[in-house]
Ligand binder design. Sequence first.
Ligand code: ZN
Length: 106
Amino acid sequence: MKLSTEGQSVERSGGVLRCPHCGGGLLRHLEVEVFTRAEGAAAVIKTTTASDGQARSTLIANRASGNPSPCGGGLRIKLTCDDCDAAPFFLTLGRHQGGIELGWAD
Ligand SMILES: [Zn+2]
């Protein structure tokens, strides 16, 4: 299966996701955040699954939630890189203009 995107927002080489800061391939995930939201709703259910196995869900205002989607739900994977000293960052999937947009966020 091949990961296909438009543009250069996510670099992929040899099946390994590369760090957006240094290009290294030693990424590890810390936690996953899922944003469940009806289209255009002011509130979102944010579910976070941490690396310690704990999960929690909260209903919060969408604009302050970190949801990468301007119009619906989304997903963020918090990553750290063993190849550089970058602060933890996110790989994001957000609904945008009917499609799913991949990106990076701090
Ligand atoms: Zn890095």
